[in-house]
Design a protein around this ligand. Sequence first.
Ligand code: NAD
Length: 475
Amino acid sequence: MTVIDETILTVLNKATGFPIDQLAFTAPVDLDRVLRTAADVQRDWARVSRHERYRLMTRYAAAVAEHTDEFAALLSIESGKPLAQCQGELGICERLFRGFAERMLAASERADFLDNQAGLEGDLLLTHREPLGVVVAILPFNFPIELFAHKVAPAIAMGNTVVVKPPLEDPLAVVQLVSLMTASGMPEGLVQVVVGGADVGAALVDSDVPAAISFTGSTETGKTVARTAARTLKLLTLELGGNDAMIVLPDADLDLVVEQAVLGRSIANGQCCCANKRIVVHESITEDLSTRLADRFGSLRVGDPALDGVEVGPLIHDRAASKVASQVEETLQAGARVLAGGHRADGNFFEPTVLAGVTPDMPVARDEEVFGPVMSILEARDDETAVEIANNSSYGLSGAIFSADVGRAMRVATHLQTGQVVINGTGLYRPDVAGFGGYGLSGQRREGLSESLTEYSQNKNIVLRRVLDSGRGAR
Ligand code: NAD
């Protein structure tokens, strides 16, 4: 749905197909200039005191709050996501800039007396966190603003500068957020945005200038990024795809399961990394739960998110809608049955779809990520089989378990090979503070308030030799 000519990107309203705005693609010569500026500004920014960085970041958070309605409306039309979800994303952005600023200000650094090692009794070790340098942040189309904040806020808090590459499909709100930085008093060049697709992304990853790449997107692109980044041994954060399982044990509260499964599979129009794409149900309740899921999921209102009451908007482009249609078709040909939906509607809309009779050998039950509003129901005879089915994927992002018996759910949780497990809620759950990230092909390293300040900085050990009187405490 995004029309590209040689130099201009036209961004479209994803529900109507009408153009919203145009941006100039960043030419290779401009990319070099952006990277050089980022390196120059970083040397000055690293010397700005932490209390001043805190002041600028919290002022920016307040400016984001003031622009929430305007930017959320823009994100909604360029992404096709319902407005309330986009407002929520702006809220996360504001909280993260404030939250990372506060944590950075409160963090203390270490001084170690070294009399725990013979011969070093007079020495003092200071451990100081230094910035990495220039960080490149590459964003996916599904949560560009939330992920902008998860990458940019901790990076600048720790003294880095950032070059942001938003997705081609919906870059406009991110461009506005970057403009707001200088408008709210941050230095020019602290955060810059470049416009482009795979070629611009690859050039950034291959450049000698950045010290680190923070990438969120598909596993396939993540592998390409890792290969390219290996040449210069850049630090990599990779947040990649998922095919999360929601395990439903026989004593689960099925009303809660239906509510949470529908929520988890409809947010972002079914285009979420940590959504409950596979529902793994104990055989004694499969029929009952399947009927309820089909009734509820199949009755969600699909349409232009600008209209009141719409719960599911369009997929991001024609390719995405065709891919979901062919994945559903292949699963049906392999023997699954449609209980609700199953079709692509006009435009890039896809009906909320429930597939029953999915078996563990089918691609959607293993490594095929369906990026649209489709749930696959698989049956398990006991807890052990449910875990086997859930783990039978090279992804390992999030997951969910429903049971009235928390002890039983905990036992199952400890066996799941995923970076997160939610008990009695959808796995589409990301508290700001959690170190979010996946096992296996879902990625490397973690993002969140508790982790990212460390991820975007490095230890410098400074040792003062023979400064202590070979011991500690008053004599
Ligand atoms: P994508 O991989 O197609 O694109 C992601 C970004 O990478 C875009 O900005 C794109 O322009 C850029 N890119 C493409 N080729 C590149 C290259 N060779 N070098 C550098 N950059 C390149 O992903 P998408 O379709 O935008 O997003 C959907 C995917 O992202 C899904 O697989 C989803 O599960 C995943 N995702 C993961 C998380 C997470 O936290 N784990 C969060 C959101 C989305």
